[in-house]
Design a protein around this ligand. Sequence first.
Ligand SMILES: [Zn+2]
Length: 219
Amino acid sequence: MRGPPARPGLRRSRTRSARCRRRPGPARRTARPPARRQLREFLAGHPGIGPAEPAGPAKEPRPDPWPRINPTDLAEVRAVRTTVRTVLEEAATDPAGTAVLINDGLRRSRATLALRNDHDRWWTEAVSDTDRCSAHLAATTLSALASVIAALGPARLGMCAGQACRGTFVDLSRNGSKQFCTRTCAHRASVAAYRSRGGRRRASPAPSSATADPPHDRR
Ligand SMILES: [Zn+2]
């Protein structure tokens, strides 16, 4: 999970007249900070993250399990994000330490297995035995990463090889050769490598006609 983008210029961009026009009192007090709003939107977009439901036929849409996000929720979710990132960064080089981290996170989130049903499809997934959204996020993400490690090995979790990219990935490819988080990063690295080779060719002295290689053989 990436963190919410910083918006340092948001307040400074408001003019004095805009501040004067802004409605005072309750409207300002109830304004939800962007990070909390983003977390609300993330949870709303991932309805599978939440308390276990009784298995059965398709039912009415369940009520929102987290109608309000407070600063404590936000701090707890950020801590989970840090744990997940550490797992992704260190699994390949420190699998034993990563296993301790995952197991500790699952234990603290009180993860438990639940049987789900939706439109005649059944599956199991980890949910938290608490009412904390951070614990449900931890149970879902850490159990999923644990499943990848158990099925494919710890080397399938990694960091993007792109320059200046902090992206991470889970490599589900057949041969396990993934290096970049997205095609964009892979393409950018490919273009940079191509330009680097071209730059070296332009910087080297031109070979004499007697020893010159055909263009396609040049390194
Ligand atoms: Zn990347």
